[in-house]
Design a protein around this ligand. Sequence first.
Ligand SMILES: Nc1nc2c(c(=O)[nH]1)N[C@H]1C(S)=C(S)[C@@H](COP(=O)(O)OP(=O)(O)OC[C@H]3O[C@@H](n4cnc5c(N)ncnc54)[C@H](O)[C@@H]3O)O[C@H]1N2
Ligand code: MOO
Length: 390
Amino acid sequence: MISVEEALTHLFALVGPLEFETIPLAQASGRILAQTVTARRNQPPFAASAMDGYAISGASYPEQTTYRVIGEAAAGHRFHGTAGPNEAVRIFTGAPMPAGTDHVLLQENVARQDNTIVVTDPTNKKSHVRPLGGDFQNGDQITAPRHLRPSDIALLAAMNIADVPVQRRPVVAIIATGDELVQPGETPGPDQIIASNSYGIAALLEANDAQTRLLPIARDTAPALKLAFDLAKDADLIVTIGGASVGDHDLVGDVATNSGMERAFYKIAMRPGKPLMAGRMGNATMIGLPGNPVSAMVCAHIFLLPVIRKMLGRSEAAAPRKTAQLAAPVGPNGPREHYMRAKVDENGVTVFERQDSALLSVLADANCLAVRPIADPARQTGDTIEIIAL
Ligand SMILES: Nc1nc2c(c(=O)[nH]1)N[C@H]1C(S)=C(S)[C@@H](COP(=O)(O)OP(=O)(O)OC[C@H]3O[C@@H](n4cnc5c(N)ncnc54)[C@H](O)[C@@H]3O)O[C@H]1N2
Ligand code: MOO
């Protein structure tokens, strides 16, 4: 058995960043910017009014209190003349500042009669002008890699970048295996249960920028598994669930090898998740997850997500850990690194009593995994422990 750390090193060696693709801006939210992009314009492209009011020359103000209104500038429609020292141009928010002006009197601060305005409140001395390029300038960059949030989409749009280079999302084929499984919504036979892992894992991967394909459930026969691998061969990553252990019906490893998988490792000193396997299969990476529902989900957090992140062009990094204080004692750990279902809140970390890797209800109650090193002794309330957020 190898350590979790060694397994991650093997996995990182199996995958590299995928190529980028160019997609329309409207589809780019949530994607990872793959190439640094450069603004080819200034924003605003002209000095612009920030308020509705009257544009004047600030040099004369506030001594000058009366101005003659000589025209109008609106957003999208500049005033083409030049304002003299005691002249004003009616202006609206977003309009280019007319030649000869550099200051906007708020309309609330003047009284207008016909074509004359009189300043009624000279205390407001702000210019209310947005300088040319005050937001961004020609040549300013958004640096890759970057997870594009809605505010980035707005900035890209303002920069007039209509097509965005983003990292291609890895395609992950998910194969649930087992004679006992039926799909959610179907009627299980007396010895059957509902396939849950594939749905949980697909949800987790989709939330982390992968595209998932849920393949039909593969029965516990070599031809059924072989067919599943054939169907999955165009994926970037093939994830099997179950059939990974040592039972007579655990055929995934053998069939994968017969289908051309070059194994990188099998079995890790981890709990849950011991019978994990991985290797290369044609152009794809294959990861065989254990069937126990919590084992599969925990392995997805600890191994699949870092692999997906590397495929998306991010640096090689294990699931991020934080430290927290125990809110209740925990017993000693055994010979495998233990990822215990736990809850963290303002009182600290409480490790759940029931840690069987079949218990999805316990996993759903957990908001973190408390990580116990190999042979970690019993720990007391207040001791520091590492956790991984779920
Ligand atoms: N003699 C030994 N037995 C087992 C060992 C061992 O070392 N020696 N390891 C145990 C550990 S640890 C695990 S984890 C499991 C993993 O077994 P498999 O990967 O072969 O998984 P299955 O046997 O196919 O299934 C285990 C369990 O999970 C249920 N399952 C499977 N797939 C799904 C799915 N898609 N959705 C929901 N539930 C699923 C399946 O019905 C079984 O109950 O092996 C131990 N045994
Ligand atoms: O290692 Mo198994 O994955 O404990 O349940």
